[in-house]
Design a protein around this ligand. Structure first.
Ligand SMILES: [Zn+2]
Length: 466
């Protein structure tokens, strides 16, 4: 995930849990799908197949948008869907920007009279321009918000602006805490540049205090000078903040060789179980195939892709062909702005199709705790809530309004009902966009149960419609 504060999924309506509880209490329990859900559960939980998909997807390495590894992941997942017997397996073109991280990302702090410089763990933010080859050195000013920069105005001219507002630990919803701090990363560079700053350092977006920098997308405003932007580890940010209190004339040297590399053609990947009666009505399950490049994007979002493929494969293996189509879509370029999601919705291939539900999995591979179902009139939520007793043994303790994400946003704008499996994601931001997002951090059984729920949800909605 990349653009948190713009995403509906980040603002989980906590208060809405009460509403959903009411819906649950009022709805008559419906067990007509018990046989199908039991079979999906038995087949899924007997193995760990979704995890083997995740291993295959991550075997190509990090899948930065436009990279050779992302292209390899397109071929690999298309082949995988074909092997599994999915139908109408195909790719759809997406033109994407390519950005290259380069080999160098270094920063160190030097104070007047200090004997040695203090190194900071940094990484370039996605999309950042590099520094001059020899780096740049400038005094540093610490701020907590974009507004602080505007208040300081000309005082940041010629300086490196250090954004150091942590994620709010008091917020029990980690996605909301992330969304509350991410404006510094996304908009910090242009805000600082407008007042003459020469670079920005942004505190990494994680609750943990450690030495891993966390990357993520930034957005340069048109017409504003593009200045280098780096994330600094939380431990490094705390150290820098102490130095700024204790020392005087503190300067930072920053050197990065990241750069943009033009546009390339990439692709979304899709495969389905075509509906027996209403094949042009579609329940979509999806994740994003691209990832950041410091780890291998195991949680973000090979897990979501693996769960989507497994959901459709389970239905196919069990002969559970629903009336409407269930389609797995692996979107390209979620992290750099969602061009894959937009290209999918606008593709000529959508002619004559109607997406009734768009379920996006982009919250990691953790154990499920709930379901979020959107839609303006609430009937989708009501329908799913009727089957709460089937989902409860799988860990679904609540069903709330919400769901969706960047990739399915354009489909939701066109009338699809968004949905998501909600997960116990308290540790997600430990690894998110960092070198820690590796295969070992995903538990095969937690991922499999997510896929089982997704399969059951998609089956019921593809049978019933909205
Ligand atoms: Zn993601």
């Amino acid at each position: 995930m990349s653009k948190p504060f713009l995403r509906s999924k980040t603002a989980l309506p906590v208060a809405a849990a009460g509403v959903a509880a009411l819906v649950l209490a009022c709805a008559a329990p419906d067990t007509s799908y018990r046989g199908a859900v039991d079979r999906i559960r038995d087949a899924g939980l007997a193995g760990e197949r979704a995890f083997t998909f995740l291993e295959r997807i991550t075997s190509v390495g990090p899948r930065l948008t436009g990279s050779p590894q992302a292209a390899a992941a397109v071929d690999l997942t298309r082949d995988l869907m074909e092997e599994l017997g999915l139908e109408r397996v195909h790719t759809e073109p997406v033109e994407v920007e390519r950005w290259v991280r380069g080999d160098v990302a270094e920063a160190e702090v030097m104070a007047a009279g200090a004997r040695s410089a203090v190194p900071l763990e940094v990484c370039a933010l996605g999309g950042s321009v590099g520094t001059p080859v020899r780096g740049l050195t400038a005094p540093v000013v610490e701020v907590r918000s974009l507004e602080d920069v505007s208040s300081l105005g000309a005082a940041v001219k010629g300086k490196i602006v250090f954004f150091n507002r942590p994620m709010d630990r008091r917020n029990p919803d980690p996605f909301a805490a992330y969304g509350g701090a991410a404006d510094q990363r996304v908009s910090g560079a242009s805000t600082a540049a407008r007042h003459g700053a020469v670079a920005v350092l942004v505190r990494s977006l994680t609750f943990r205090r450690d030495r891993y920098p966390h990357t993520g997308m930034l957005r340069y405003e048109p017409g504003v000078l593009r200045i280098p932007a780096a994330a600094v580890s939380t431990a490094g940010a705390d150290r820098l903040s102490e130095i700024l209190i204790e020392e005087r004339d503190v300067e930072i040297s920053l050197r990065m060789d990241c750069r943009s590399d033009g546009r390339v053609l990439s692709a979304n990947v899709a495969g389905e179980l075509t509906g027996s009666e209403l094949g042009r009505e579609i329940v979509l399950v999806g994740g994003h195939l691209d990832s950041w490049d410091l780890g291998v994007g195991a949680h973000d979002d090979a897990a979501g892709c693996a769960a989507a493929i497994e959901a459709v494969a389970l239905l196919r293996d069990l002969g559970l062909r629903p009336r409407r189509t269930v389609r797995a879509v692996l979107f390209m370029d979620e992290e750099f702005g969602g061009t894959g999601g937009r290209a999918y919705a606008a593709s000529p291939e959508r002619k004559g199709e109607r997406h009734i539900v768009a379920a996006e999995s982009d919250r990691g591979g953790f154990a499920p705790v709930g379901l979020a179902v959107g839609g303006s009139r609430g009937q989708a939520l009501e329908r799913v809530s009727r089957y709460a007793s089937l989902f409860r043994p799988l860990g679904v303790a609540f069903i709330v309004p919400g769901g969706g994400g960047v990739d399915v946003g354009p489909l939701v704008e066109r009338g699809a009902v968004p949905a998501s499996v909600l997960l116990n994601a308290q540790t997600y931001f430990d690894v998110h966009h960092s070198a820690l997002d590796v295969v070992d951090r995903v538990h095969p059984r937690e991922l499999e149960i997510q896929a089982v729920i997704l399969a059951a949800l998609a089956y019921i909605l593809a049978q019933e419609g909205i």
